[in-house]
Design a protein around this ligand. Sequence first.
Ligand code: C5P
Length: 206
Amino acid sequence: MIIAVDGPSASGKGSVSRRIAAQLGLPYLDTGLLYRAVARDMLDQGLPLDDEDAAVRAAKSLDLDGLDDPRLRERRMGEAASRVAASPAVREALLELQRDFAHRPGGAVLDGRDIGTVVCPGADVKLYITASAEERAHRRYLELRDRGEHVDEDEIYQDILKRDHRDQERSAAPLRKADDAHLLDTTNLDIEQAFKAALGLINAAR
Ligand code: C5P
């Protein structure tokens, strides 16, 4: 069973997806980490983020074992990831890896921006998880602060708006809800409530 979860940053999709995967005994891939890893490799080599050939090379040499690097969660990596993710060639270079993961025997849970629309259009269940920009900024602020980053909540809010805009307006695989995705708005839900709501939608759909 393939479960595709999409939505904007800090919507709760990562926490919900991780818990769904654990509950159903399925492997889980946070595809945002792939774009973050490409960005990290570029920054580490001092390459400009718009050097598409270098970004494609970084994408092609990615391996899933390196995705537990805590640096990938830093605020600047999210911002840099959304820049490299605007390149159709970079997206294409990461497609096979994601599809191979999705088609593991037994299935998988993948979350990102284009899982239900591009990576796994035939997924068994699709969720589109969102929340207000203010609530998402607040969550991201708390998360980064807990991780020891010095951040200003209003700056995070501006980041979120900028990232939403870039992800939704790009021509390659823009963030949008697949027509057959179930919408889950987590603005007024805590993580436990969001998880239960998602599980209910999945159980009803399969
Ligand atoms: O989800 P996360 O914030 O880690 O993603 C970082 C960036 O990677 C997003 O802003 C988006 O531009 C890009 N991304 C994407 N497609 C995905 C996952 C992430 O374009 N499937």
